[in-house]
Ligand binder design. Sequence first.
Ligand SMILES: NC(=O)c1ccc[n+]([C@@H]2O[C@H](COP(=O)([O-])OP(=O)(O)OC[C@H]3O[C@@H](n4cnc5c(N)ncnc54)[C@H](OP(=O)(O)O)[C@@H]3O)[C@@H](O)[C@H]2O)c1
Length: 256
Amino acid sequence: MQRLIVSDHTWQSLLRLKGSAGDVAGQDRDDPAWQVYSAIARPSPASFVVAQVGQSLDGRVATISGDACDVSGPDGILHLHRLRALVDAVIVGVGTVVADDPRLTVREVEGPCPVRVIIDPRGRLPGEASLLNDGGPQALVIRDRSACRETGGHIIHLEARDGRLSPSDILGALAARGLHTVLVEGGADTIGAFLSSGQVDRLHVAVSPIVIGSGPAGLVLPTITRLDEALRAPCRIYDLGSDILFDLECRKSGTG
Ligand SMILES: NC(=O)c1ccc[n+]([C@@H]2O[C@H](COP(=O)([O-])OP(=O)(O)OC[C@H]3O[C@@H](n4cnc5c(N)ncnc54)[C@H](OP(=O)(O)O)[C@@H]3O)[C@@H](O)[C@H]2O)c1
């Protein structure tokens, strides 16, 4: 397993790559940090989606009572902030905003903050949510056309089917606003919807060596009965320091 250390030189190259149309000279392509992050930083004409979960050894992201603060170790948190800095937009479901009141900004590394996107089909987003009131980067709220409650943020209305919004419609609406590289940060329901509709290019699972024993899972997918139906994607494994990163290359189906 390779140790993933992000030197200042590589980080600056990644930020330049994000801001440029072309490639970056003078960068070691075999550097594990370049291998992990350059696909995400590279400007893309089509949507490029990375989903990330920070979880315990037993696959949980919080306690039963909802304490989710310290599941990832410090290097897992750094990894998450690097992903935020390299994408155009970060997506969460409204369940995460209600549970954690996250800011979704970049605070642990140098780099720009992404546009914040909340999937809130029925208008459950609390008006006092930090990301609507902190004066930070733009907050876009994706809502079903039939839900007319205004809670702040810039609202994008899409057509829900059986109460569910299509991830490809969401990505299309973001692409129309120039937001092509996207981090789906959670929670389980939201990542599950993007994964099962074939819209994820990379799945990053950062595992922290703690055992919680009970509590919500980081990822929920439709039930399967046989293990040969399980998601098995080419995977690289990196030692982040406090956490281990599984970097899965998912095959995009482009449907739904
Ligand atoms: N460790 C991590 O990496 C991490 C990251 C983020 C969150 N979390 C944890 O995850 C938990 C929350 O996860 P969760 O699964 O309960 O909630 P969630 O995924 O944050 O939000 C789910 C809700 O968002 C809406 N939604 C998401 N995708 C949708 C779609 N395609 N179409 C329609 N609606 C959609 C629905 O809202 P409606 O119910 O209103 O229809 C859905 O119930 C919290 O415990 C949080 O701490 C962990």
